[in-house]
Design a protein around this ligand. Structure first.
Ligand SMILES: Nc1ncnc2c1ncn2[C@@H]1O[C@H](COP(=O)(O)OP(=O)(O)OP(=O)(O)O)[C@@H](O)[C@H]1O
Length: 309
């Protein structure tokens, strides 16, 4: 268990083609261990497909994927990961207690106390059958199974979508505390951008199957500015702005333009600038799938630290 690889995930040229076309295409990045990473993208962007390749449910058409330096094709990898699928598949005829017992018997590092705590704090009866639980209660049991496994990498596909706000708050707090205490790497797909902003310190953005952004939020978000000013030129966006900087998204309202840019130097005094939130940056990229992507050096396969990997 003393794998020296500092990278929880390394994807190289990863792609998946279905009859309808590419769900994931030429996806190359690495995720350093110990981060809580948001996997963001519009519907159909390829998020579940990527998570499927990491859990061996989806066989890639191209490329390779390693978890902690071990090819995902090696069954030994399965012990180190837990996956909470979007539809939270559980046996409906099992009781909650039987479900946790299954978790205990299947997983050598099982933490029964933690799994029970998660179930108990939602007042879910241990004697209830899974099939009789509400959607949110089932999600809580699925969380208990995933956490109880004490994985090194926790993969979550839209985990919070059917939880009420209190349960979301509680389980996201638990997720952050567990990750901090045990150094667990978390990769979580979600459409809830403001929640991701609070929880995540790493970002992967997919659009139309391609990787658009990857890196630490504290590096990616400050690389952007919101700029507003008087509209000019053919489409309202000043020529100088386009020439000097990378414009991700621009909008015209009356005689004003507002733009999300990646500045390539000082921005003209004639315009107002504001630091965007993570949500504003993500929305800009999600609305502009053709804008130039941004992969931080650290997230590149040939980035710094490669010699140590
Ligand atoms: N088993 C499959 N067979 C054929 N096409 C598929 C299959 N699974 C996914 N796709 C297609 O691949 C693309 C990516 O789907 P995927 O489920 O990975 O997107 P997603 O980002 O998870 O979307 P959402 O946010 O809606 O869950 C979509 O166009 C989808 O229709």
């Amino acid at each position: 268990m003393s794998d020296p690889s500092p990278w929880a995930i390394e994807a190289e040229g990863l792609g998946k083609k279905y009859r309808g076309g590419w769900a994931l295409r030429d996806c190359s990045f690495r995720l350093p261990a110990g981060h809580i990473c948001a996997l963001v993208g519009p519907n159909g962007a390829g998020k579940s497909t990527f998570l499927g390749t990491a859990t061996r449910l989806v066989q890639p058409t191209t490329g390779t994927l390693k978890l902690f330096g071990v090819p995902v094709s090696d069954p030994a990898v399965l012990e180190r990961i837990a996956f909470l699928a979007q539809d939270k598949p559980l046996y409906p005829r099992f009781t909650v207690a039987e479900t946790l017992r299954l978790g205990r018997e299947l997983n050598p590092r099982w933490d029964q106390a933690l799994a029970e705590r998660i179930v108990r704090s939602g007042n879910v009866p241990f004697t209830a059958r899974i099939g009789t639980l509400s959607g949110g209660q089932r999600t809580r049991v699925a969380f208990a199974l995933a956490f109880g496994k004490r994985p090194e990498l926790l993969l979550l596909d839209e985990p919070m979508s059917d939880l009420d706000p209190l349960a979301r708050h509680e389980l996201s707090g638990l997720l952050m505390a567990e990750a901090a205490e045990h150094g667990t790497t978390v990769l979580m797909s979600s459409h809830m951008l403001s929640e991701m902003e609070v929880m995540c310190d790493y970002l992967l953005v997919l659009a139309e199957g391609r990787l658009r952004m990857a890196g630490q939020t504290e590096e990616l978000v400050p690389a952007h500015l919101l700029v507003t000013g008087v509209a000019e030129g053919d489409d309202g966006v000043p020529e100088e702005l386009r020439r000097r900087h990378t414009v991700i998204e621009a909008r015209i309202t009356g005689r004003q333009f507002s733009a999300l840019i990646r500045p390539d130097g000082p921005v003209s005094d004639g315009w107002e600038t504001l630091a965007p939130s993570m949500e504003e940056v993500l929305l800009g990229y999600l609305r502009s799938p053709d804008a130039p992507g941004l992969i931080a050096d650290e997230a590149r396969l040939d980035g710094p630290g490669e010699a140590a990997a």
